[in-house]
Design a protein around this ligand. Structure first.
Ligand code: ZN
Length: 149
């Protein structure tokens, strides 16, 4: 059965249809030309965050951070390494809790960094505190729905 994934562009919020294959890693957004899996998770605004959560068919991980947070800075390079490993099966994005306080409050964020795994519009798992790339990859894979593994 020819199955397609719906992947949201972190730059413009456009929804793209992609084959569920490794080759999707190089795919570009049909709307704005941005690479969908660049290996550098984008900071998204509240609107694009909502697009990711509600319209993606693949699991989405969001790293909630702030510029003044030391452990967040330590986690940033590990998060990029994890993105290279996990994409295009999973989409990784970032949310600056200072810029998006309403979203952060809605998610009930009490400490940062916090990572939340979403799938099908619902929260699947959540973890807080600095992590290495290996720990992030393992945490995501441990909570992935069977259908995408
Ligand atoms: Zn785009």
């Amino acid at each position: 059965m020819a199955q397609q994934n719906l992947v949201v562009c972190s730059k413009c919020g456009g929804v793209n249809r992609l084959p569920p294959a490794r080759s999707a890693k190089n795919a570009k957004c049909g709307k704005c030309g941005n690479r969908l899996f660049s290996g550098h998770p984008e900071d998204v605004n509240g609107r694009i965050f909502d697009d990711h959560i509600t319209r993606s068919s693949i699991p989405v991980v969001v790293d909630i951070w702030a510029p003044w947070c030391g452990p967040c800075k330590m986690t940033a390079p590990a998060y990029e390494t994890a993105a290279n490993e996990l994409e295009p099966d999973v989409c990784l994005i970032k949310l600056n809790s200072d810029n998006e306080q309403a979203v952060s409050a809605r998610l009930g964020i009490r400490s940062i960094p916090t990572m939340i795994l979403f799938h099908g519009g619902r929260e699947v798992a959540r973890t807080s505190g600095a992590m290495t790339a290996g720990q992030i990859v393992r945490w995501v894979r441990d909570h992935l729905p069977m259908a995408t593994a």
